[in-house]
Every structure is written in structure tokens, then in C-alpha cells.
Design a protein around this ligand. Structure first.
Ligand SMILES: Nc1ncnc2c1ncn2[C@@H]1O[C@H](COP(=O)(O)OP(=O)(O)O)[C@@H](O)[C@H]1O
Ligand SMILES: [Mg+2]
Length: 284
């Protein structure tokens, strides 16, 4: 188990799993499967936790206005990952984000998840300007309101699969029985219950991806941001995961999905296309 200090200090998940970066692990894994439980799934029994009441109920759930994110490299060169992005996401929407590699999809989701801060521009979450929120309010949003499936998984290598999924629930002080029920249900949902005691490094890239999905959904967040979540899955597991996103959306979850796959883009109700960091019209 990780040290208590790390549990207390980390409100995000450090990318310390070397195997997640191993390109051999990144190949689609033909053994990865999402098994659907025969029991009534928990996300049909219970709605996601509602986002706390908005300062202005008419305000969109998420609003970016003129958001630019510039990275400055060691030689002082600038990379414009996002340029003047103005978008909104309404409650209960299912939005896709697509565009070529390097167009800014991951940066966009990191900004939405409050893991990255715009260089310029404004972000309103639930009607409130994010730059006016306290650290505690931001931590709550990151931990309770938003579930994020990282493109790079960001699993914690010295925790078991079970502990990785349970970790965000521990940070939010969920009771032990509640933590256990949610962790087991999420692992069951992605078909990894039998791997609960393994370490992420013992799993294929596809299974690591499913652990990352289980961790993001275990807290039943009202907003789910998924960064190319099918990138390491074979087509059947990818389809199953997409079906699960559809069910979560039908249950009230707001979803923002970054993907290259045209079939998966088509499942979203609205589409955002990025090119060189800018929002553009759908490619002709
Ligand atoms: N931490 C970073 N430091 C420097 N450049 C970065 C960083 N993160 C992303 N970038 C750059 O920003 C651009 C957008 O990256 P990213 O958001 O990862 O795109 P995508 O997810 O669409 O592939 C790329 O040129 C990438 O190299
Ligand atoms: Mg990306």
C-alpha cells in the first residue's frame, strides 16, 4: 500500500507505471474483454451523484471562453496546444472530441478536469469561474464531480488493481463498505474481478486500460472524461466499453470522449473537432 503521505498529498494520479509507457504494451490486446455482469448493473440502480447546484442554473455545466494553453520548451520554443477555444458542455450531453494526433485533445480534457490551467482565457465550471475556486473546491471537483480516463492510464504501480480503483474513493473519505461495494462493482463491470490482487505491471496494456476505466467510474461521477479509452482494446472490448459509455450517458452522466474512431464519434450527440489546437468545422 502506498504511503499515507502520498495518499494525502496527491489529488491526481502520478504516471509512475513504466509498463504503461512500454510501446509493446500499447499494442491492442486480443485477450482484453469486458464481461457484462448478469446481475442488474449498479449504474442502472443508481443515478450518478448530482453536480452541486449551479451558481446560475441556466449556466452550462462547462464553459470555456477563449482558452489558450501554451507550453514553453527548454529552448524557449512555444507549443500552442490549445488556441482560443470557446466551447460549452451542457448537463447530460455526450460530446466527442476528435482531430489528428497532437491537435490538443488530451490538453483539452486536462483543462476540463482541472489538471491543467489555461495560459489565457476563462473556464467556468457549473457557473463558477475556476480561477476563483479554492484548492479544496477544485480538489472536490477533480475527485467527486469528474471521472477521467487518462490516455496513459496513470495507474499506480505499487498498488494492486483493487487499490488503484479504490484510491479515489479513499481520497474522498467514502466509508469502507461503500468503497468496497463500489470498487468490486466497477471491477466486475470491466471484467477484471479476477485480477484484483495483481499489480498493474502484471497486466496487458488492454487490461491496464480497463483498470483505468474502472477507477474513473467507481465513484459514479456525474461527468466522465475519457481520453481515447479504446486505444488499447481489441474491437470487441472497444465496442463493449462504448456500450457502457452509452449506458452511463442514458443514466444521466455527462460524457466527453476523445477518440479517432469515426464509429465511436458517431455515438456522441455533438462533436468538437480540433486542429492545431483550434476548434474547427467538421472535416469535409
Ligand atoms: N506537457 C507538455 N509540454 C510540452 N508540450 C506539450 C505538453 N503536453 C502536450 N504538449 C504538446 O501540445 C500539443 C497537443 O498535445 P495533446 O493535447 O497531447 O494532443 P492530442 O491528445 O490531440 O494528441 C502537442 O504538440 C504536444 O506535443
Ligand atoms: Mg492525446
Amino acid at each position: 500500500m502506498a504511503s499515507v503521505s502520498r495518499l494525502l498529498t496527491s489529488s491526481l494520479f502520478p504516471p509512475i507505471l513504466p509498463s504503461a509507457l512500454d510501446p509493446r504494451q500499447a499494442l491492442p490486446n486480443p485477450h482484453a474483454r469486458i464481461l457484462v455482469s448478469s446481475r442488474v448493473p449498479w449504474w442502472k440502480k443508481a443515478s450518478p451523484a448530482p453536480v452541486p447546484e449551479a451558481a446560475d442554473p441556466a449556466a452550462p455545466l462547462i464553459r470555456l471562453e477563449g482558452v489558450t494553453r501554451t507550453f514553453r520548451g527548454e529552448a524557449d520554443e512555444e507549443t500552442h496546444a490549445l488556441v482560443d477555444v470557446s466551447v460549452t458542455l451542457g448537463r447530460g450531453e455526450y460530446v466527442s472530441v476528435s482531430g489528428p494526433s497532437g491537435c490538443g485533445k488530451s490538453t483539452f480534457l486536462s483543462v476540463l478536469a482541472l489538471l491543467d490551467t489555461p495560459t489565457r482565457g476563462q473556464y467556468w465550471f457549473n457557473g463558477r469561474r475556476v480561477d476563483t475556486l479554492t484548492q479544496g473546491e477544485k480538489a472536490r471537483i477533480r475527485n467527486v464531480d469528474i471521472g477521467l480516463v487518462f490516455q496513459s492510464f496513470n495507474l499506480i504501480g505499487d498498488m494492486t488493481v483493487y487499490e488503484n480503483v479504490e484510491y479515489p474513493l479513499t481520497l474522498r473519505n467514502a466509508s469502507p463498505p461503500d468503497r468496497e461495494a463500489r470498487t468490486r462493482a466497477a471491477l466486475d463491470r470491466v471484467g477484471l474481478s479476477a485480477r484484483a490482487k495483481q499489480r498493474p505491471g502484471q497486466l496487458s496494456g488492454g487490461h491496464q486500460q480497463l483498470v483505468a476505466v474502472a477507477r474513473a467510474i467507481a465513484g459514479r461521477p456525474p461527468i466522465l472524461l475519457a481520453d481515447e479509452p479504446t486505444g488499447n482494446l481489441d474491437s470487441k472490448s472497444g465496442e463493449a466499453l462504448m456500450d457502457m459509455l452509452g449506458e452511463l450517458h442514458a443514466g444521466g452522466t455527462t460524457i466527453c470522449l476523445a477518440t479517432h474512431n469515426p464509429d465511436y464519434i458517431a455515438r456522441a450527440g455533438r462533436h468538437i473537432y480540433l486542429f492545431d489546437g483550434r476548434v474547427v468545422d467538421a472535416p469535409g
